[in-house]
Design a protein around this ligand. Structure first.
Ligand code: ADP
Length: 448
């Protein structure tokens, strides 16, 4: 009713005036009046239509027509409609922008393909993994850009539940897991995820299992062989059977050592094994390691001790003891009789270093970076002969890392090696007051 009220009352007014003119001045005057009004209305309508057309043509730049009456009402409603549309367009484009920003930030490569496998869009990560460029390659057929046979077969199969694991076409070091996800009417999203680390862990796991099986196979075969011999020949001379028992014991101990080291490693790696933090009397520990070296060497080496620091360590005493004793036992095992082994506990620019120096066979430079890998040995038979498991330095590295410390290795083949455990200042502490009264030998001393 709001719309009709005004025009109808104007019309009624005009008709009333026309009737009054007819009555007063005759029908010619009334008709003339009506014709004049009609011409005015037509002209006004034309003018408003022109303004409306001009505004509709360019609603963002030209301001909306300003009018009163019915036209004003129409303009007002149109302008309201336009404002509402503008607002929802703004919301839509900001949502779209947000989506695009998110897709740009996704670390996986993402490529939108149309029905014919042409690239419609791709994010920056797809350049890193697949070498695609969102500007240059838009509209290109993906099969012409990614040509590996296994990818083409994967693309053609159209099996959306499958994942393709393959090397990145632009970096052979990177392993990708590719997946196709259908969306929209006939589009596809190609997702390429970097799984290099996962693959590496998987390969390490496979290697590890193969290594452990290999390490166990030899002693088990030996023990099995002797047991069979003993069972088949109950009347063997005592000396011979005694020798067999000794060999069996030897190999059983080897398996035991291997399992002990494996359990130590797995304990160290277990996520719920948090580091115990207790004050560790390092000088005392080094002294006891020196005694251990003496007893392992059984007088074959000249063992020396240089205790120059009084600092203690904050950490797990037992772990540190077993790690550092690995360095000592290696020095004894890889140094021929008559050689010299020196244990040192010394301050060095804020850090304190425990090192074991030997005059043994030494290690060629190319082996040094790999020594802490599990089962890595420079000389396999020497390691086995001396009861090595190939896990000692891996354990050392783990324990030191847990303490924020690190291992340094210096070696000259044929001359000897120095293995150093370097402890950072934040792991070190002054000895408690009562411990300071214990006199430490601060001079280099020969104990051998
Ligand atoms: P293993 O049980 O074989 O000794 P480790 O992990 O303790 O295993 O050491 C790895 C390898 O590093 C050894 O097999 C050996 O070849 C080398 N190695 C370790 N310590 C020394 C050393 N003091 N002198 C020479 N070679 C060493």
């Amino acid at each position: 009713m709001g719309f009709w009220w005004r025009p109808l009352s104007v019309l009624a007014g005009v008709l009333l005036v026309a009737l009054m003119l007819w009555a007063g001045s005759g029908w010619v005057a009334a008709l003339g009046f009506l014709a004049g009004i009609q011409a005015f209305v037509m002209l006004r309508r034309l003018w408003q239509e022109y303004r409306l057309a001009r505004w509709l043509e360019n609603p963002d730049e030209v301001s909306p027509p300003d009018a009163t009456g019915t036209w004003g009402d129409i303009f007002y409603r149109l302008e309201k409609l336009q404002r509402r549309q503008k607002a929802s367009r703004g919301e839509l484009s900001s949502a779209l922008e947000q989506f695009e920003h998110a897709a740009m930030a996704v670390p996986d490569g993402m490529v939108i393909l149309n029905r014919s496998d042409q690239i419609e869009w791709c994010n920056p990560a797809s350049r890193k993994y697949l070498g695609l460029d969102s500007q240059r390659d838009r509209g290109q057929f993906v099969r012409y850009l990614l040509r590996q046979a296994n990818f083409l077969e994967f693309l053609d199969a159209g099996d959306y539940s499958r994942r393709l694991v393959c090397k990145s076409p632009i970096n052979r070091e990177v392993v990708l897991s590719m997946q196709l996800v259908p969306f929209g009417e006939s589009q596809k999203l190609l997702v390429a995820r970097d799984i290099t680390d996962l693959e590496r862990v998987d390969a390490m796991r496979r290697d590890f299992i193969a290594n452990v099986s290999h390490e166990l196979r030899t002693p088990l075969t030996v023990v099995g062989g002797f047991v069979e011999t003993l069972a088949d020949s109950p009347k063997l001379p005592e000396a011979e059977s005694h020798r067999y028992y000794e060999l069996m014991l030897d190999h059983t101990r080897r398996m035991q050592r291997l399992l002990d080291d494996l359990l130590t490693l797995s304990r160290l790696e277990s996520s719920d094994n948090s580091l115990r933090e207790e004050p560790v009397n390092a000088p005392d520990m080094v002294r006891s390691l020196e005694s251990e070296a003496q007893s392992l060497s059984r007088g074959r080496h000249n063992v020396r001790l240089r205790l120059e620091s009084t600092r203690w360590i904050r950490g797990a005493a037992q772990e540190l003891r077993s790690a550092l004793s690995n360095l000592v036992s290696n020095a004894v095992r890889y140094t021929p009789a008559g050689g010299e082994i020196t244990l040192t506990w010394i301050d060095r620019e804020g850090e304190t270093v425990f090192s074991v120096t030997d005059t043994g066979e030494g290690i060629a430079a190319e082996h040094i970076p790999r020594l802490t890998e599990r089962f890595y040995r420079v000389d396999r038979s020497r390691s086995r002969e001396t009861g090595g498991t190939g896990l000692g330095l891996a354990i050392v590295k783990h324990v030191l890392t847990r303490h924020g410390a690190h291992l340094e290795v210096q070696s000259i083949p044929g001359k000897g090696s120095t293995f150093s455990a370097v402890f950072p200042a934040q792991r070190l502490m002054d000895p408690p007051a009562e411990a300071k009264v214990i006199p430490f030998p601060v001079q280099e001393q020969a104990v051998g």
